[in-house]
Design a protein around this ligand. Structure first.
Ligand code: PLP
Length: 361
């Protein structure tokens, strides 16, 4: 059977990319070696690095006054890097607590600052929702405002683009939504994302930072998290995760060949509509997030009768639909449908769900 992998991350990669990487593993560019066995300082790898950055800039229309950093440390590394780089002589920052990951960022930030926590969570018609940005009470003393536009575990999203004026530095955790839909980078001071969902293998973290925010890191900031040090060294202050960087580059090329972010955005919408539509049409399944805040990347859903959960997971796995178990903090099911998940995969899932309901409803 064709396997579709709904893992929340590390997640499925485009089949074409994996095929190419597999071929190139034997003999990369005629060097008789693989790309992960060569120096990051050699001409061959520098070309990979530069291509990847150029392609990402093209895909996201990153303005010239933004730097792109290819880092270690994951999303959680950035939870620490943000205050260490951006706080300057201030003592607080605004932190919007929209879900599990935003809350984790707050916990880490508390080592370095006293956050002004903004809780946007509300219930609308019995569904989980988040207050719009105009209702966020930002502090005048804050060095920046941080939020997470897509909560991977809660399945809740903030699609609104920030517009707080040019004095407000907006930092956002795009780990589970980067490259899935168009983003106006100029609205942000810092965008960061772990690679392991929409970009490539785990171990690589992208940071896109406006260049006037460089040069402010605290003396306590570890050099490998210091945006200025990373930028001055072309993200090669220490040995970068070269294979992940190379693979991310292949994914960027794949995305460009397939029409870029605008094209994948349309497919992502179709996938989400199909899955949420299937959930909403039945009483057998439910999703409790208000329509406006539903994530198009991570779709948690519950079976009305949770005693059927194990059976659902066994039968879906047998049908080639993998990794549908919900996060342990939430339970139920979760389908992560990042860029690499084709519409056919979501179709296979919804066909399965309809059939499962017919047999057990
Ligand atoms: N932020 C978000 C939105 C995530 O989904 C995750 C991981 O799933 C993280 C941060 C943590 O990333 P990492 O495991 O790379 O530190």
């Amino acid at each position: 059977t064709q396997v579709y992998n709904f893992s929340s991350g590390p997640a499925m990669l485009p089949a074409d990319v994996l095929k190419l990487a597999q071929q190139e593993l034997r003999d990369w560019h005629g060097l008789g070696t693989s790309v992960m066995e060569i120096s990051h300082r050699g001409k061959a790898f520098i070309q990979v690095a530069e291509d990847a950055e150029r392609d990402l800039r093209d895909l996201m229309h990153i303005p010239a006054n933004y730097r792109v950093l290819f880092c270690h440390g994951g999303g959680r590394g950035q939870f620490a890097a943000l205050p260490l780089n951006l706080l300057g002589d201030k003592t607080t920052a605004d932190y919007v607590d929209g879900g599990y990951w935003a809350a984790s960022a707050i916990k880490e930030a508390k080592k370095y600052l006293t956050p002004n926590v903004i809780d946007p969570k509300i219930i609308v018609d019995g569904k989980r929702a988040l207050k719009p940005m105009r209702d966020w009470q930002l502090s005048d003393e804050a060095a920046f405002v941080h939020y997470c536009p897509n909560e991977t575990i809660d399945g809740i999203a903030i699609d609104e683009m920030p517009d707080f004026g040019s004095d407000t530095v907006v930092a956002a955790d795009f780990s589970s939504t980067i490259l899935s839909s168009p983003v106006d980078v100029s609205r942000f001071g810092v965008i960061y994302a772990g690679a392991q969902k929409n970009i490539g293998p785990a171990g690589l973290t992208l940071v896109i930072v406006r260049d006037d925010l460089l040069g402010k890191a605290s003396v306590a900031c570890p050099s490998i998290l210091d945006y200025t040090v990373l930028n001055d060294n072309d993200s090669m202050f220490n040995t970068p995760p070269t294979f992940a960087w190379y693979l991310a580059g292949l994914v960027f090329k794949w995305l460009k060949q397939n029409g870029g972010v605008a094209a994948i955005d349309k497919i992502n919408q179709q996938k989400a509509d199909l899955l949420y539509g299937t959930i909403d049409r039945s009483d057998f399944y439910r999703n409790d997030v208000a329509t406006a805040n539903r994530s198009r990347m991570n779709v948690p859903f519950q079976l009305a009768d949770s005693r059927l959960d194990d059976l659902f997971l066994e039968a879906s796995f047998a049908a080639g639909l993998h990794a549908l178990k919900g996060h342990r903090a939430v339970g139920g099911m979760r389908a992560s449908i990042y860029n690499a998940m084709p519409l056919a995969g979501v179709q296979a899932l919804t066909d399965f769900m309809v059939d499962f309901e017919r047999r057990h409803g």
